[in-house]
Design a protein around this ligand. Structure first.
Ligand SMILES: Nc1ncnc2c1ncn2[C@@H]1O[C@H](COP(=O)(O)OP(=O)(O)OP(=O)(O)O)[C@@H](O)[C@H]1O
Length: 931
């Protein structure tokens, strides 16, 4: 493909921009004012070249095209090599020529280029530097790749095209990139000639192979190389060449042939001539065809107009109502069409005839005028032009409307985005705050739960330990108590056993003694019988041996009495002993009451028997006493002589009787005492038994109670054990859950940092969107106690302020001022700070912020920034509030960011800077503070 064809292959109309050449063609087209010029966006710097580094060959093609156009005497092959480029450019002459073409006068005269190669190149490079364009090194021209040189020249080309665009077409002529003095550029709405020039100077013609041919001077066609002519013959770029150029080529060839006189024209030139002639013929035939079509159109329209004129004539003659109405409608349509066609032409204006109730004649006159205009000025042509213009105007208006709509939509979008950002930011902030609070609460809860669990486990352990100890102690106590009780019971049992044994022995003794008593009483009976017998015998003997017998009887009686008394005493002693033994044993055998009772019963029976025996003995004694008294009486009667003796005996017997009675009474009394003692013993043994039983019951109930408490203790121990196991499981569960929660907490904390960073970024973006520089105006209220004057503030808006001072000359006209926000006289310190508060956060995010108050003396700067004297939390100023916020936010972020906060206080007054925190001495600016 030829290099010129490549230009055609990338038409500037193409919006796709597939290659650098498209890009440069686009600029070229705009520069030359071609209607075909693309309206697409153009990069205004040379960096575009680097993006297309891989298409260097195309760059070179573009470069050689440009150079060929700029300096026609240059010729490059299609695939120009580094060596060929170097050979052309290395001496610097071509570079200086380029400069001279682009900026006439940069180098004085083309022929005066300095002979030194390096000097020429340096001049070129200096010029590039002066233009602020990227340059190449001299070494790039001498060896290696020529890429840097190509890029540099293409940048220069792009720059020159941009400059040409900026300068406009009228001034472009002297610096015409083609360097052709014959081509002059005119505004786009020019004549056919100017259009021809435009076409000639457009990329399409310039790029064609005929471009060079068009610029050849006569007598040089014959020198055209055969290859070039054959190339041109093959190409179809003649289609775009203007007819005049073609004709000039023909003229040139003919002139040349005339000049050569011999009429010899080289064959190749003849071929070229033929080709040009064929093209001209083709064009003429096309134009003829076009004219024929135009003629037909004119004829058709003429017929149409004729028919309308006929209608109008009919209307003018006033034939019939129906035809009139129909005619009027047709006229209306015709007028409206004509009106839209001639509207804005400046000839006249056609109103709607029905609206303004024009007379028929007027309408007709106007209509005829319209047709006259159409007839005179070629209605179709004007119509077409007007249509094009109208379309253009409509298109532009539409574009304008679209653009304004787009701008307003964009503004709305921006506002919405701003609002969304604000909302999102506040939401994020709230969410972050909520999440943080939740997290802290959860952490606290978990800590609390953990603490509780720990305490619970500790308590349980202690309780378990105590219970264990107590249980062990109780067990030991119980066992010792049981042992003691057992020992006691054992000893009691042993004692009772021994007492039983003793009682058995005592019983046997008693039985033995009773048997002895019985035997003795038997003996006594026998003795008494013997005594009776002996008394009988003695009576008999007394009769015989009265004195002797009586004395012997007396002696016997006395001995019997004595023996009886001894026996009685003995019995009494024995009974006493037995009773003592019994009482002793009954005291000892308390727990064997039943047996003792039996024993006592037996003893009672024995005693009763003994009593009965004693009664019997006493009866016997009485009987004996009666017998004795009878004997005495017998003796008194029989032995009167022995009355004194008898009375003595009787006295003695009475004394003995009394003694015996006394003794029996004593016996009775003792028996009674014994009975009472036995009763007492019984009662005491009973009570002791009862006591013992009670104690036994108590002991049993105690043992039962202890046993049951032991069981309950065991049960509670088991339940506590189970509880502890359960609690341990719950604790393990809690621990694992806590671990999981802790993980999620850690994740949340990590995400929290990310969200916080995004949040910060969004916040600062919102701040930037709101505007980095904000100017607020605060209006000071009239102070109490001061005379209230008329305020010069005429109007206080949200962000504007109107001031009018009618009392002062020259300032009576209201003047409006605009601010970011206007704070009225009733605005509080907190409201003022709320608009500035967001900057404090930006400071902690690493942004520099300056807040300062400006105004005349007494206008309230100190009040706003610091607050009044003795300020409260309500009235403190921006400084304190900002510091409060600084400390608050830095404390809240102390977990992950460490801030160093420092304060300086300076006063600038009369260009003196005073450090208020240190020595307070005034220094001149600049002042260096120690930080
Ligand atoms: N918005 C306000 N509301 C109530 N009183 C105010 C307000 N602004 C200023 N004042 C009062 O006005 C007086 C002057 O204000 P201030 O001292 O702040 O002015 P200034 O601009 O700092 O003056 P200077 O430049 O002389 O230091 C003070 O008594 C202050 O309390």
């Amino acid at each position: 493909m030829s290099p010129w064809k490549s230009e055609v292959a990338y038409p500037s109309r193409n919006l796709g921009m597939n290659s650098p050449s498209e890009y440069f063609n686009g600029i070229e087209s705009r520069e030359l004012g071609s209607q075909n010029a693309g309206s697409n966006g153009i990069h205004k710097n040379g960096s575009f070249l680097s993006i297309y580094g891989e298409v260097e060959a195309k760059h070179r093609l573009l470069l050689v095209q440009w150079l060929s156009g700029l300096i026609p005497s240059l010729y490059f092959p299609i695939n120009v090599t580094d060596g060929e480029l170097r050979a052309c450019l290395s001496d610097g002459t071509v570079l200086c020529q380029i400069l001279n073409k682009l900026r006439p006068g940069t180098v004085s005269e083309p022929d005066n280029f300095l002979p030194s190669q390096s000097e020429n190149v340096r001049t070129f490079l200096r010029a590039l530097d002066a233009m602020g364009l990227p340059r190449f090194e001299i070494s790039d021209l001498e060896k290696g790749s020529m890429k840097a040189v190509v890029d540099c020249l293409l940048t220069l080309r792009a720059k020159s095209l941009q400059n040409a665009l900026g300068d406009g077409f009228n001034t472009a002529s002297p610096r015409n990139v083609h360097g052709s003095p014959t081509v002059r550029l005119e505004p786009r709405r020019g004549s056919f000639g100017s259009r021809l020039q435009n076409v000639l100077s457009s990329g399409s013609i310039k790029a064609g192979p005929f471009h060079e041919v068009f610029q050849l001077k006569p007598a040089s066609y014959a020198d055209l190389p055969a290859s070039k002519i054959s190339e041109m013959l093959k190409s179809n770029s003649l289609d775009n060449a203007p007819t005049q150029s073609l004709l000039s080529v023909v003229d040139g060839i003919l002139e040349e042939s005339v000049a050569r006189r011999n009429g010899e024209i080289p064959h190749r030139v003849v071929c070229l001539l033929k080709k040009v002639t064929q093209e001209i013929e083709r064009r003429i035939s096309t134009q003829a065809e076009h004219l024929r079509t135009q003629n037909n159109l004119f004829k058709a329209r003429e017929e149409k107009y004729q028919s309308r004129i006929r209608v109008l004539e009919a209307l003018a003659s006033g034939n019939g109502d129906e035809s009139e109405t129909q005619g009027m409608e047709e006229i209306e349509i015709a007028i409206s069409r004509s009106a839209s066609a001639v509207e804005g032409k400046g000839f006249f204006h056609i109103d709607s005839p029905l609206d303004e109730r024009k007379t028929r004649q007027e309408v007709l006159i106007r209509l005829f005028s319209c047709y006259l205009y159409f007839g005179l000025f070629g209605p179709e042509k004007i119509k077409e032009e007007e249509k094009v213009d109208q379309k253009e105007v409509v298109r532009l208006m539409k574009e304008q409307v679209d653009n304004s709509l787009e701008i307003s939509a964009l503004k709305q979008d921006l506002e919405i985005a701003e609002r969304t950002y604000e909302v999102q930011f506040s939401q994020l902030e709230e969410e972050t705050r909520g999440a943080k609070a939740e997290l802290t609460q959860k952490v606290q809860e978990y800590e609390h739960q953990l603490e509780e669990l720990r305490n619970k486990v500790q308590r349980m352990k202690e309780e378990e330990k105590k219970a264990h100890e107590k249980e062990e102690e109780d067990k030991v106590l119980e066992i010792s108590a049981l042992k003691e009780a057992l020992e006691k019971a054992k000893s009691i049992f042993e004692v009772q056993c021994s007492q039983l044994e003793e009682a058995k022995g005592a019983k046997a003794e008693l039985t033995h003694k009773l048997q002895e008593y019985e035997r003795q009483s038997e003996e006594l009976k026998n003795k008494a019988e013997k005594i009776k017998e002996e008394e009988k015998k003695a009576r008999e003997r007394e009769k015989e041996h009265t004195n002797l017998e009586i004395s012997t009887l007396k002696q016997e009686l006395e001995t019997t009495k004595i023996a009886y008394e001894v026996q009685c005493l003995h019995l009494e002693a024995e009974a006493m002993d037995a009773k003592a033994e019994l009482s002793h044993k009954s005291q000892e055998f308390e727990h064997q009451l039943e047996e003792l009772r039996n024993t006592v019963e037996k003893i009672k029976k024995e005693e009763k028997r003994a009593d009965r025996e004693i009664v019997r003995l006493m009866k016997e004694q009485e009987n004996k006493n009666l017998e004795i008294s009878a004997l005495k009486q017998e003796l008194e009667t029989s032995k009167k002589s022995y009355e004194i003796q008898c009375s003595q005996l009787e006295g003695e017997a009475n004394g003995t009787k009394a003694e015996l009675r006394q003794k029996s009474q004593e016996y009775e009394h003792r028996l009674e005492e014994l009975r009472n003692k036995v009763k007492e013993l019984e009662a005491s043994s009973h009570s002791e038994h009862q006591k013992w039983n009670m104690k036994l019951n108590q002991l049993q109930t105690l043992i039962l109670f202890q046993f049951s408490s032991l069981q309950t203790l065991k049960l509670s121990w088991e339940s506590i054990k189970q509880d502890v196991v359960k609690q341990q499981m719950v604790y393990a569960d809690e621990c694992s859950r806590f671990g999981v929660n802790l993980k999620s907490l850690v994740n949340a904390a990590e995400n929290y940092h990310v969200v916080l960073a995004e949040n910060r970024q969004l916040f600062n973006e919102v701040q930037e969107l709101k505007g980095n520089i904000r100017v607020y105006c605060r209006i000071k209220p009239f102070l109490l106690g001061k005379k209230e004057k008329q305020s010069i503030v005429d109007h206080i808006g949200e962000n504007d302020l109107v001031i009018a001072n009618p009392t002062k000359e020259g300032r009576d006209v209201p003047r409006s001022f605009k601010f970011t926000k206007v704070f009225g006289p009733t605005t509080t310190q907190a409201e003022v700070y709320s608009d500035i508060q967001s900057f404090v956060r930006s400071v902690l995010d690493g942004y520099n912020v300056c807040i300062f108050a400006y105004g005349q003396t007494g206008s309230g700067k100190t009040y706003t920034m610091t607050g009044p004297n003795g300020a409260t939390s309500e009235t403190i100023g921006v400084n304190f509030r900002a510091l409060n916020d600084l400390f608050k936010i830095s404390t809240s972020r102390s977990g992950f960011i460490a801030y160093d906060i420092g304060v300086q206080m300076v006063e600038i007054y009369n260009e003196q800077v005073r450090d208020l925190l240190t020595d307070g001495s005034a220094k001149r600016y600049p002042l260096f503070f120690m930080t």
